[in-house]
Write a protein that binds this ligand. Structure first.
Ligand code: FAD
Ligand code: NAD
Length: 466
């Protein structure tokens, strides 16, 4: 039987990063993945394929809506070749997952393909093409998550679908009904909206992206409405039925009236659930929370001292970069180091266009905590860079402590906000004040100038270009 210092179950951005860091720290490391391809949700059916389709559909929309104004005439009609779009997406996925194979080899990590299940706290059975057993002093559970649904919905994976199927449709929906106005619903809704589908979003809460700063929800809602999304907030879905090629969704609106939506596809994107099926955690004595997550302490250690858990299967934001930070963290804990993760500074991004990005506290959180704060906001449309590319929507908002000027939260909607948020993360990691940011030179013309201007506005209401 092969014996390891560390065995990791699951090869998503949590698991594979943990494996690399363990190997870097000199530990004999194994990784177990039930699928034949490494990379988990993120690389196979999550971050990477969704961004590939967002990019392709963005190009199409630019060609149809904006090329003429830029002075680019295309003879004949611009057409979508969905088959090619999906094939390109798959080749991006294949290149990326192939990169993980390379990294495992480079770091001399043994890869086992098969479902890993605990035999006891130091032994894992692996059921793949053959059955194997390995032994490990330390085990990291990185089994991730799966789409969740509502009890009355039958996901048939044809017309009533999750994100996994939405990434490989063979036709463009005529009318896509999206249940859940969160990240997945809006990103994938926007892909098909750009390609020509009518898209209706049904959201239970009174605003889309309800966990982000309310100002971002409001701005994104406004922009999506301009893009002809039909957004229905405060709607409680009560039935989803398929009749042939038609899907009928019934919901109660705010007033309690029944509203019916008829479409040809329904994307269910109401969140994800931690995945522990087949893991047999009880054989090792590992405790789960009421929500089905693996219970961990601040060191991401379970109630069994040599077993750790990271990523979507534990508490916290279900984000790839959060999972990866936890992967490195746990490897370093096992190696006897004292690493730290600043969970307050894990940024959140929605890759719609304009993009939405956020870090730190929202206004709602500051109000609830009774923190005195000041706000500096700057609209993207006031930037030369925005006019040059015709990306006029959105703003940057900086929330700073009223007394100390320390930046407490940065929230933005706009072109390339996903990349711009990194500046805010760095600033906040080093406890910058709004004035600190306002005094740093920002290249001109860039979208990032909006961050400087918002910082100037937060400092003493002295934005320059408005
Ligand atoms: P996962 O990536 O889910 O990996 C877990 C792995 O464990 C899987 O490969 C699974 O097969 C394997 N596994 C499970 N049980 C066993 C077992 N018993 N034995 C062996 N193997 C097992 N996050 C972002 O930060 N940015 C984005 O842009 C983004 N976009 C997304 C888009 C979509 C459509 C979706 C669905 C998710 C997106 N996410 C995004 C979320 C991101 O994918 C997850 O947060 C991330 O993948 C979690 O990583 P993980 O390592 O915890 O788990
Ligand atoms: P989510 O939590 O972002 O959004 C789910 C939405 O569904 C919420 O707005 C919620 O209020 C709504 N909802 C819940 N129950 C409902 C009901 N009965 N009727 C109508 N609406 C209902 O979840 P998601 O969009 O499914 O994404 C799952 C996870 O994947 C998220 O945690 C997210 O962090 C991650 N993800 C991240 C990215 C990214 O970072 N860009 C992209 C995609 C997914």
């Amino acid at each position: 039987m092969n014996s390891y210092d560390v065995a990791i179950i699951g090869s998503g951005p949590g698991g594979y990063v943990a494996a690399i860091r363990c190997a870097q720290l000199g530990m004999k490391t194994a990784i177990i993945e039930k699928y034949s391809v490494l990379g988990g949700t993120c690389l196979n059916v999550g971050c990477i394929p969704s961004k590939a389709l967002l990019d392709s559909s963005h190009h199409y929309e630019d060609a149809v809506k904006h090329f003429e104004e830029h002075g680019i005439d295309i003879p004949g009609d611009v057409k979508v070749n969905l088959k090619q779009m999906i094939a390109r997406k798959q080749s991006v996925v294949d290149q990326t997952t192939g990169g993980i194979d390379f990294l495992m080899k480079k770091n001399k990590i043994d890869v086992y393909q098969g479902l890993g299940s605990f035999k006891d706290a130091t032994h894992i059975l692996i059921k793949g093409e053959k059955e194997e057993e390995i032994e490990a002093k330390n085990i990291i559970i990185a089994t991730g998550s799966k789409p969740s649904s509502l009890p009355f919905i039958n996901i048939d994976k044809e017309r009533i679908i999750t994100s996994t199927e939405a990434l490989k449709l063979t036709e463009i929906p005529k009318h896509l009904i999206v249940i859940g106005g969160g990240v997945i619903g809006l990103e994938l809704g926007q892909v098909y909206k750009r390609l020509g589908a009518e898209v209706s979003v049904i959201e239970y809460m009174d605003r889309i992206i309800p966990t982000m700063d309310a100002g971002l929800s409001k701005e994104l809602n406004k922009v999506l409405k301009k893009q002809k999304f039909k957004i229905n907030t405060s709607h409680k879905v009560k039935s989803v039925e398929r009749k042939g090629d038609e899907v009928i969704v019934k919901a109660d609106n705010k007033k309690g009236e029944e509203v019916e939506f008829k479409g040809d596809y329904c994307l269910v994107s109401v969140g994800r659930r931690p995945y522990t099926d087949g893991l047999n955690a009880e054989a090792a004595g590992v405790k789960l929370t009421e929500r089905g997550q693996i219970e961990v302490n601040d060191n991401l250690q379970t109630n069994v001292s040599n077993i750790y858990a990271i990523g979507d299967v534990v508490k916290g934001a279900m984000l790839a970069h959060k999972a990866s930070e936890e992967g490195s963290f746990v490897a370093e804990v096992i190696a006897g180091q004292k690493p730290h993760i600043n969970y307050n500074l894990i940024p959140g991004v929605v890759y719609t266009w304009p993009e939405v990005a956020s870090v730190g506290k929202t206004e709602e959180q500051l109000k609830e905590a009774g923190v005195e704060y000041k706000t500096g906001q700057f609209p993207m449309r006031a930037l030369g860079r925005s006019r040059a590319s015709m990306d006029l929507d959105g703003f940057v908002k900086i929330l700073a402590d009223k007394n100390t000027d320390e930046v407490l939260g940065v929230h933005m909607v706009g072109a390339r906000a996903a990349d711009m948020i990194a500046e805010a993360v760095v600033a906040m990691e080093y406890k910058a004040s709004a004035e600190d940011i306002s005094r740093m030179s920002h290249a001109h013309p860039t979208f990032a100038e909006a961050t400087k201007e918002a910082a100037l506005a937060a400092t003493e209401d002295r934005a320059l270009h408005i």
